[in-house]
Each structure stands twice: as structure tokens, then as C-alpha cells.
Design a protein around this ligand. Sequence first.
Ligand code: PBG
Length: 329
Amino acid sequence: MPEFPAYRPRRLRRTAALRRMVRETWLQPSQLVLPLFARSGTGVRRPVEAMPGVDQTSIDELLRDAREAASLGVGGVLLFGIPDRKDETGSEAWNDDGPVQQAVRALKRELPDLVAITDVCMCEYTDHGHCGVIRDGDVDNDATLELLAREAVSHARAGADIVAPSDMMDGRVRAIRAALDDKGFTNTAILSYAAKFAGPFYGPFRDAAESTPRFGDRRSYQMDSGNGDEAMREVLLDIDEGADMIMVKPAGPFLDVIQRVKAETGYPLAAYQVSGEYAMIQAAAERGWIDGERVMLDSLLGIRRAGADVVITYFARAAARLLAAGAGN
Ligand code: PBG
């Protein structure tokens, strides 16, 4: 490579036009996915405490949010359900008339081009808040697989384009793929939360989804934050079991994992900018300590640059709006 003064990197940074021309990574609304929280009722909109701008909504209100997202070009939505009733096994998860199933049907009727992704997990549905059934004080892996498969089939029956298991049980992708195929849903895709790290970044979400564990934590099933090699094993396992897309979560603190997964698999990759990442940016912006809009766009661009094709973010609408106005890019 030529050295200074033959090579002057600043030459291509002189004007906006030059910078745009050599820009390597772009943010596009179609690459963003907006998480939404569905509950029963009509006209319900309950703000989530530590996530300003995020609400739990009934289906009619959820449709308003989804319409707005679609009109801004946002690629898809990721649906979570807050059931009216919780029990030990989370049986509302596979109720064909549950909030997620109703939301999917309404979305596919009204906004068929918006990709409908459903989160497949038990923690919103169990009265103890863990991601599966409990035996001897811990989540029973193999007994949980059957329940996750039922939930995924129910979401597919409602019309979900993609089901996204977030429970971190071993063998769930294979169990879900087999159940979907058995019921004829061979075209329903699986986005596996393959490298999902346990930790404090999900705090605000647990208020949103009302899914805080009543005892213990999730470290016996979600990954240890120090482990990049193990993340690769989790990802390769899920690909072998039939995952169509892979997810890394959280996103910002795990950019190295995003980069490795993309480089080593070449698979379609989603990264989830989770509730804690969102809350930190919103809180600092509210205090005037950072320029919230610019930090938002930069945080999303960094996740894309690391290698994510798709970014799941509570900022999806706000970012799409700014991009349409010519910001960031
Ligand atoms: C369900 C699930 C969680 C999130 C997505 N799916 C919570 C958890 O694992 O405790 C977190 C999303 C966020 O923090 O924004 N298991």
C-alpha cells in the first residue's frame, strides 16, 4: 500500500458526494425489524416503563403501529404475546386465539408484504417466568421441546412467515422443523436465536413482556457472555438442525460474534439490538448528553458493518423515518 504523501485518505472525505460514493455499509429500512407486544382487548396501549416509545398494545393498536412501520418501508415485525392467563406449562402459548396468533392473522390480511416473525418461547406464558417447564428447580430441556414445537405450529397455522425460537433449549430447531414439516408447513422459515447471551441487557424487556423469572435466572440455558467459540458451536448446531437464519443477541456488546458468524457461515444473519441497548440510548438522549438520533443511526450502522443483514430494533420506525429524510446515509 502506498504511504503518505502518495496516499492521503482525506482526499475521499472532502465532500458529501465523495463520502457517499465510497461508503461501504448502508442502512435500509427493509433491513430493520420492529418488535411489537400484543395483548388482548381493544384500544389498549400501555407504555413500557424503561422503554420510552414502546407500548404493549391490543391488536387494533398493534395494526396502527405495523401500518406505520410498513409505510416507512420497515422490513418486518417480531411479535411477542402477553397472555391473559399464565400457568406452569405456558399452555396459552399454543392457543390458536392467543394475542400473537390473532396479530399474525390480522397482519397477514392487511399488510401481507410486511414480514411477520413470531418469537417462540415459554417465558411470557409460564407463571414462573422461565423459558420452559420446570423439573427439580431447573428447566427440563427435553420436556420443553414438545411445547415449543406446538407453539411454533400454532404460529405457522396463523400465517407467520418466520418463527424465531428464543428459548435456548438444546435440539429445539430440529424439533420445531420436524413438527412444522409434519403439519405441512414446509415453507415456514426458522430464525434461530442461536447465540443468545444471558445477562442484564434484557432487563427492560422483561417489564414489557412481563416475563421476569420468579426464581433464579436464565444462566442454565442462555450463554455465558465470555464465550465466542461456544457461540460458533451453537450456530453450527442450529444450522445442522435446519435453521434458515441465525440470530446473535444482544447486538452492540457482541459485534465480534456477529462478525465471526457471518464470516464463518455466510448464513442470513439477524442481530437483536435489545431493550437495554435501546434504554441506554434513550436515557442519555433524554438528558441531552448525546444526540439520540445520530447515536441511534450509528449504533445500527455498526451492527450492519459487523455483518448483520437484518437488525431487530425498537428504533425501526424512528430510524426509517430519519433515513427517508436523508439522515445518516
Ligand atoms: C424471550 C425473549 C427475551 C428477549 C427476546 N426474547 C427475554 C429473555 O430472554 O429474558 C429479550 C429482548 C430484549 O431485551 O429486547 N426469551
